[in-house]
Design a protein around this ligand. Structure first.
Ligand code: ADE
Length: 941
């Protein structure tokens, strides 16, 4: 037996237990582990690869292909799959599981033994009879054993089972063949799985979205319109985007259940008898209002019981009502020729409040049946009909007459019944007529002005943006008050009223006041009330002293003076321009050398102002230098100086070898450890912290505006306020006419140009996302309009692949709608420092605890951090939004994280987690937890 044969035998002992990796968003086109009969793959030459089929304990075949001609030179052994139908795929994934012998473990093979093999494919519409011609095949990759492996003990030998996945595409033919080329390695190919990814059929917001195949290009999304489920209707067009990994992203719009239907578990169900729903929307069916009913299912309104009614304008939500009973206790009071009638309200208002009274007058002869309606001769004050008070005054009686007054009470449904309506009546007789005049005395008022004593003052204030919907107020007896706790950079409206012994005065006119940008610079306005009753308000602001602040160069009348205040003039003979490295708005950007005054040469970047400029362009160009020259921080691009006294005008800055961060990351996709990326983010945050401490708002933080040097130090660049935005190709015009890089900008800055350090925090969150996704475009190919809409609806970018939860949580913190709730840069820096000092904290689950500046972690690298000591089961479930299962875990005895870390999916099901999505979320978090605990106990994962 040759050594090759012996080695092959080793493979025959392999028993591989497959855990089929099926995922909801994968469509499997081929899986050799599930093929029951012969695979029928071809080998060239015949004695190259060996097809070996073993039976597992369930008597199912395990197909393996083995080759091990490590002793013989010039091997060229091919294995070709059957034709694989691609179905709807535009790109397929090939997952290979294989073992590969380490050449060092085989004696006498040096020189001929290889440790790789090659994977090829050939696209074709022909499914049969295709002859194998290696030249038709395109190479996908060279496959080598990977670092991650499963260890299988074979006596004292260790073989490593590798899993490698490769993408193939775009493919346009009906199908493809795969081919495996061995060039002298010792390989056992134990499974081949070919699949493509799809965004699986899903129901979201009462709309269904069909199975969708993603685009081949991983950075563009497929926009899919949803169809409303049965008995639902569109509110805003429901849309989802299908991402390259088969995940649905960015839900927009929705459907709502139609009238008579309510939402339950993602479908619309008819209201039960006795219930109704009058409006389309995500509201539940309601019980029929009092005195109404619905017999059938799906009622939009309930019908009124007998003798109950709805007025024309009564909403369907209102109870059915009936006319009121008659007024009670009618009394009169006769005063000269004036009759005052008074009565009490009815005992039954019919269930309504729109009660009025009509007074009907009949003048009767001596016999009771000789009555006629009074006509116009009597005067009623205020009127005879539609009275809302329980009194009326009647005048201008004739002598010797009997009058009967019938008083009826009415409400909104009185019209619904036929006459006669119940009335209360009273008869009055007069025996004396005449032309009397009378005076109604009413509303006696004191002509003397009352002198009022001031009790106190009330100051009411609210954020202008929130209008008067919610306001705060404070009372003071003193004529001044200090108001604290105001938010920074916020416009407040103040108003004042006086309380006197006779009650409150009206509010004074409104006064607006805007607090400053920096919270540590909070200005408590003092408010003085000078005169009685209400006088103008006077404010005084008390800034805290001692912080170096940025000076806006536009406040200088002469911009040249500003440049020379903040930037050194460089003698151009000290500059040597070497290469053009880019183009700016004003001219070329070059790299070169600058001789320092100490005669050293340093690398610099030189921005030039091209000839033919007008004065305004020169000023705008130099504005950046006036700004940059005020900064001195290791994470802000350093200004060396300017050339203004000769042509061309130049700005000279330190040279950053790796150029802008976005293209640098794209070029090195996947090359850095998470800690290296966090280090870059820490640098950027520290630079922006410096800027915000200086009172400078950048307005255009984005990876393209960060520069990277040869030590991977990131520095913030591109200063110049509005000019920055003019220069930025990402900046788009908004409806209000501003030019704004929409994807990077906080909503309040887009809507009403409210730029602040808090809006910089939003942009910083986007930069974090760009960094963690290696320069992916935020919101992919979505339109600016859709980005604005989705943010407004609460959508936020998902965690990039491989991004630790805590970093995504920090991004979400930066993307809080309420800007005062976004993190301060100083806290961001401390947080990132904490992660860098304790890399295992990247596996941490509880962001809020970790972000808390008062929680410090172990400082020395080797120290074990016992995180799970301070995470309860409740905290953990909260952190993965599964709080509803707290009692199930506790009831089943899983009360510590250690015990949870041992749980299997069956345990999770057993304690009552029925929904598959919830099971998945919990199990995936348990896996993270296990890793974390392993890590804490000194294992390296
Ligand atoms: N591009 C623009 N500014 C630069 C700088 N300072 N270094 C390198 N490339 C740049």
């Amino acid at each position: 037996m040759t050594l090759g044969e012996k080695l092959c035998l080793v493979f025959l002992f392999l028993r591989i237990v497959f855990t089929p990796s099926s995922h909801g968003n994968q469509v499997v086109l081929l899986d050799t582990t599930s093929v029951l009969g012969e695979l029928g793959w071809k080998t060239y030459p015949m004695n190259g690869w060996d097809a070996i089929t073993e039976m597992d304990e369930h008597n199912r075949p395990i197909h393996t292909f083995q080759v091990c001609h490590v002793m013989e030179p010039n091997q060229n052994n091919w294995l070709r799959s059957n034709w694989i139908f691609r179905q709807a795929a535009q790109k397929v994934y090939v997952e290979l599981r294989f073992t590969l012998r380490d050449c060092n473990s085989i004696p006498w093979v040096s020189g001929t033994c290889k440790e790789t093999f090659n994977l090829f494919y050939y696209e074709t519409d022909e499914s049969h009879g295709v002859k194998f011609k290696p030249s038709q095949y395109t190479k996908i990759d060279t496959i080598a054993a990977d670092e991650s492996f499963t260890q299988m003990d074979l006596g004292d030998r260790i073989l490593k089972l590798n899993t490698e996945v490769r993408e193939v595409g775009p493919i346009s033919r009906k199908g493809l063949y795969l081919a495996f080329q061995d060039i002298g390695a010792c390989i056992a190919l134990v499974s081949v799985r070919v699949y493509y990814k799809k965004c699986p059929f899903t129901l979201r917001n009462l709309a269904s979205f069909p199975d969708t195949v993603p685009r081949v290009d991983s950075s563009s999304l497929v926009e899919v319109r949803g169809a409303c489920v049965e008995h639902a209707e569109e509110r805003d067009t429901p849309k989802l985007y299908c991402g390259a990994d088969g995940d649905w992203l960015v839900p927009l719009g929705k459907c709502v259940c139609s009238v008579g239907y309510e939402e339950m578990d993602g479908a619309c169900f008819a209201c039960r008898p006795g219930f109704y729903k009058a409006f389309a929307g995500n509201i539940k069916c309601s019980k029929c209002p009092p005195h109404s009913f619905s017999y059938g299912e799906g009622a939009a309104v309930c019908h009124c019981e007998k003798a109950f009614y709805r007025a024309e304008r009564d909403p369907p939500t209102m109870a059915c009502t009936r006319p009121p009973s008659p007024p009670r206790n009618v009394v009169f009071n006769l005063n000269d020729t004036c009759l005052q009638l008074e009565w009490s309200p009815p005992s039954d208002m019919g269930g309504r409040r729109d009660l009025t009274y009509n007074v009907l007058c009949k003048r009767c002869g001596p016999e009771p049946d000789q009555c006629q309606l009074c006509g116009e001769e009597l005067r009623f004050v205020p009127r005879p009909q539609g009275l809302t008070n329980t009194t009326v005054t009647v005048m201008d009686f004739s002598a010797h007459a009997n009058y009967t007054f019938e008083i009826e009470s009415l409400n909104g449904v009185s019209k619904m019944i036929n006459y006669p309506r119940p009335v209360a009546a009273i008869t009055v007789s007069t025996d004396q007529g005449g032309e009397y005049t009378y005076t109604l005395t009413s509303d006696p008022h004191n002509p003397e002005p009352i002198s009022l004593l001031v009790v106190d003052y009330e100051v009411k204030y609210y954020e202008k943006e929130h209008e008067e919907l919610s306001y705060s107020s404070t009372r003071t007896k003193a004529p001044s008050v200090i108001i604290t706790g105001l938010k920074p950079s916020t416009c407040y409206v103040f108003s004042l009223r006086t309380r006197t012994s006779a009650g409150h005065s009206a509010y004074s006119p409104k006064y607006e006041y805007e607090t400053t940008d920096d919270s540590e610079y909070l200005i408590p306005p003092s408010l003085y009330q000078r005169q009685n009753p209400v006088s103008p308000l006077f404010f005084s602001a008390l800034p805290y002293p001692g912080v170096k602040t940025y000076v806006d160069p536009d406040t200088y009348e002469d911009p040249t003076q500003a440049v020379h205040e903040f930037a050194k003039e460089i003698d151009p003979t000290r500059i040597r321009i070497e290469r053009v490295i880019g183009a700016g708005e004003f001219g070329e950007v070059c790299s070169g050398r600058l001789r320092t005054l100490g005669k050293r040469e340093i690398a610099v970047a030189i921005k030039t102002l091209k000839g033919g400029y007008v004065e305004r362009q020169r000023r705008d160009f130099l504005r950046e230098a006036s700004i940059m020259g005020q900064f001195d921080d290791p994470n802000i691009i350093r200004l060396e100086g300017v050339v203004t006294r000769s042509r061309p005008v130049m700005i000279v800055v330190e040279y950053m070898e790796n150029g802008s961060l976005d293209s640098f990351l794209r070029k090195h996709d996947g090359h850095f450890t998470v800690i290296q990326l966090v280090g870059m983010l820490r640098g950027i945050a520290s630079g922006v912290r410096y800027l915000s401490d200086m009172g400078y708002v950048h307005r255009d933080l984005a990876a393209r505006n960060i520069l990277v040097n040869s030590n991977l130090v990131c520095k913030v660049s591109d200063f110049g306020l509005s000019r920055v935005l003019e220069d930025d190709p990402e900046a788009a015009y908004t409806t209000t006419g501003g030019k704004i890089p929409i994807r990077w900008t906080a909503p309040e800055a887009i809507s009403y140009r409210k730029f602040s350090s808090a809006s910089d925090a939003w942009s910083y969150g986007i930069v974090m996302w760009e960094v963690m996704s290696y320069g992916e475009r935020p919101y992919w190919e979505m339109s600016n309009q859709d980005v604005i809409l989705s943010i407004e609806e609460g959508y936020r970018l998902p965690a990039p692949m491989g991004c630790p939860v805590v970093l995504h949580q920090l991004m979400l913190h930066c993307w809080q709608k309420e800007r005062s709730q976004r993190p301060k840069f100083t806290d961001v820096v401390s947080f990132l420092d904490k992660l860098i000092r304790n890399p295992s904290s990247l596996l941490f689950l509880l962001y809020s605890l970790l972000f808390d500046p008062s929680v410090s972690l172990a400082e020395s690298p080797g120290e074990v951090v016992d995180y799970h000591m301070f995470i309860s089961i409740g905290d953990w479930l909260d952190s993965i939004k599964m709080s509803q299962y707290k009692s199930s875990f506790v009831a089943a005895g899983f009360s510590t994280l250690d015990s949870v870390a041992q749980m299997s999916i069956e345990d999770v099901r057993r304690i009552g987690v029925v929904l598959i999505g919830h099971q998945r979320r919990i199990v995936s978090s348990i896996q993270t937890l296990r890793l974390q605990l392993l890590h804490e106990n000194g294992f390296h994962v």
